[in-house]
Design a protein around this ligand. Sequence first.
Ligand code: SPV
Ligand code: MG
Length: 431
Amino acid sequence: MKTVYTCFCTDVIHEGHLNIINESLKLGEVTVGVLADAASIRYNRFPSVSLEERIALVKNIHGVSRVVVQEDIMYDKVFETLRPDYIVHGSNWTDEPMRAIHKNILKLTEKYGGELVEIPYTFNEKIQRKDRQMIEKLAMPEFRRGRLRKLLNMVPIVKTIEVHSGLTGLIAEKTIVVDGEAIDQFDAMWISSLCDSTEKGKPDIELVDMTSRFRTIEDVMEVTTKPIIFDGDTGGLTEHFVYTVRSLERMGVSAVIIEDKTGLKKNSLFGTEVEQTQAGIEEFSAKIAAGKRAQLSDDFMIIARIESLILERGMEDALERAFAFVGAGADGIMIHSRRKEPDEVLEFCDRFREKDKTTPLVVVPSSFNSVTEEELAGHGVNICIYANQLLRAAFPAMENAAKSILRHHRAKEIDSELMPIKQIITLIEEL
Ligand code: SPV
Ligand code: MG
């Protein structure tokens, strides 16, 4: 009997999948691969049910002889180990990353033999509704909040991009790049105080109040499913911070990062060019402990950010603070620097990891931007935040458009650099 293999990357079984199984059964004995979580988040989205549940769903389908876990979205291991006579796949190859997968399967059938059988993709209103339900579920506070902790156990480094609006949220949510056979997308989003303030034409000095900051979170949440890390500045008064923790948890935010500064906060990238005061270890530890006491859910994280390197107080001070803040209950440590090179940050991470193997480490490589995610992960970093790049990309592009219109007294000259009108009017899908 011939062997047939098909892979499911889904949380629900609908008529499209049943059709694939029925067509596969006409060819031989059917093995179904269930795509592993880590591959699923790179290729598509975070699964809304566990791998075990997905396996059970597939096992229950009449006619399926065997279920295996497919670890990678590309089929190399499938061919090496199973050598199927037929690979059955939906014929939806028009966009990336499907095109890359198509290429990969064709390459492998050439090498190992076997035949790709394409089944017309079933897509109707009922299936579309199911798909939307899955996405909506991922966006719900209860489901979204705990996802950062899950990601920390799943990926070498949580790649986090700054967002400050619904539109930038969509970029973080949907941008996928295909590089040969590697597929990548961001894991999480950072609501930066710098970008949230700048977007509103305000300086980054805790002037934009929490109500407004929360409104930004809501705008992002409305159109995304990925977990959110909130830049909580200094956390404000401890008496206020405890309420902020509750509100963030309720909204479904995964983590807040607060920095050990006191008084008027200025952006860290000014360093010692402006007057900034670091909070005392005891004072800041008390704020963290109060936040942890106020927290209701298990999954929310309070991450302590250390400004000793920014304020040139030295490595020993940074390390002393890190261990003290972990002792006070911090769920993670962010170490910041504004040097051009990553050396001091990497040294901090190495020395921290000598004593603490588990507490998540967060790094924001804005000035030391030559460092790669892989290098950071190699030094024990768990979360890498690209804290301001989307806003810094947008401003010069918008200013350039404004100048061109002023110079030419019309908009024709800038048009070739702009998104086509057809694209902007269809960019946001209607329900
Ligand atoms: C932010 O993005 O607002 C940050 C990171 O806090 S930094 O601007 O580098 O201080
Ligand atoms: Mg900030």
